[in-house]
Ligand binder design. Structure first.
Ligand SMILES: NC(=O)c1ccc[n+]([C@@H]2O[C@H](COP(=O)([O-])OP(=O)(O)OC[C@H]3O[C@@H](n4cnc5c(N)ncnc54)[C@H](OP(=O)(O)O)[C@@H]3O)[C@@H](O)[C@H]2O)c1
Length: 291
């Protein structure tokens, strides 16, 4: 299969390259400097040159707080870019695999969000990702959108890397304990995307549409930090874990409001044989890599 990957230097982009490497698929991976998804001419040239069987969009504007003051650029990357990719996918009659976020929800739920639940993003980033979902659904028929959450990996900036850095700098740390979600390893997400690509290649009919994909057991940022430090200490990644203090969101104000509860149900994805991955096991793997 000829797979076109955008955003190759991001967490998902790098993990996707890792999971495709041992397969015999042909991967054509592009960084933002090589393929800007908001540039129609660039997308057109790359797509007609490569003639992919499938497009995987790992490109996004992911700076949730910075997004609040860069609204135009955020919507360009997270809504217009996916729309352009979707239009070219439709033109070639090939699928687009796109990734969205739990931040499309307002977090007022008390049980896991289903794909059909009402969206109500609380910030510019979430609104731009929702606009991207809608633009993709209008522009092409063959699409899979995977909403994911709390992405971590051995690459780039993420909560695990931040905790590792802070563990070396501080003896005490305050972490928000009233926001709940499901940490997701980018490598597990990449594997799930590859599995979906391979199932598509096996033949139609195919269940196009919107799905949720995230780690299995909900936790708070405080709970996630506690697990990270316990594992990191046991694995010898850090010498000593800092004292963890649980605080409320009010005590840690951020420019963009986060959903209080963004746990998502991954049930719908079982039709592809994809289950919610154990983020705890994947965390061991990532910490081992960071050692
Ligand atoms: N990170 C999370 O916690 C999280 C949570 C929920 C959902 N998601 C979603 O999951 C997906 C993957 O996220 P991630 O964490 O892997 O993101 P990431 O690490 O921030 O990577 C995003 C990549 O997109 C590239 N990019 C930005 N603008 C672009 C453009 N105009 N054209 C082409 N590439 C562009 C960036 O390149 P440059 O660095 O060169 O700008 C970067 O390499 C995204 O759709 C994101 O919205 C992420």
């Amino acid at each position: 299969m000829r797979i076109l990957l955008t955003g190759k230097n991001g967490q998902l982009g790098r993990c996707f390259q890792d999971v495709v490497l041992p397969t015999n698929h042909e991967l054509f991976a592009f960084a933002s400097s090589e393929l800007d998804i908001t540039n129609i001419e660039e997308v057109s040239a790359v797509v007609s040159d490569i003639q992919p069987d499938i497009i995987v969009n790992a490109a996004a504007y992911t700076g949730v707080d910075k997004a609040e003051i860069e609204s135009e650029q955020v919507f360009l990357v997270n809504a217009t870019g996916p729309e352009i990719l979707a239009k070219y996918a439709a033109r070639l009659n090939i699928p687009l695999i796109h990734v969205s976020t739990d931040y499309v929800f307002d977090g007022a739920a008390v049980e896991p969000y289903q794909v059909f639940d009402k969206t109500n993003p609380q910030g510019v980033y979430g609104a731009s990702k929702l606009a991207g979902e809608q633009a993709v659904a209008v522009a092409c028929e063959k699409y899979i959108i995977l909403r994911t959450a709390w992405v971590f990996s051995e690459y780039g900036n993420n909560f695990v890397q931040t905790m590792m850095r802070l563990a070396k700098e501080r003896d005490e740390l305050s972490v928000v304990a009233d926001q709940y979600g499901c940490p997701t390893y980018a490598g597990d997400l990449a594997q799930a995307i590859l599995q979906i690509c391979e199932q598509y290649k096996q033949g139609e009919p195919f269940a196009w549409g919107l799905y949720h994909y995230c780690g299995d057991i909900p936790t708070s940022w405080h709970g996630f930090a506690r697990t990270i430090f316990a594992k990191a200490e046991a694995l010898g990644v850090i010498v000593k874990r800092p004292q963890l203090k649980a605080i409320s969101s009010d005590q840690y104000p951020t420019p963009a409001k986060r959903p209080e509860y963004s746990v998502m149900s991954t049930k719908a994805l079982s039709r592809f044989g994809v289950q919610a991955p154990s983020w705890s096991s994947s965390l061991n793997f990532v910490l081992d890599k960071l050692k």
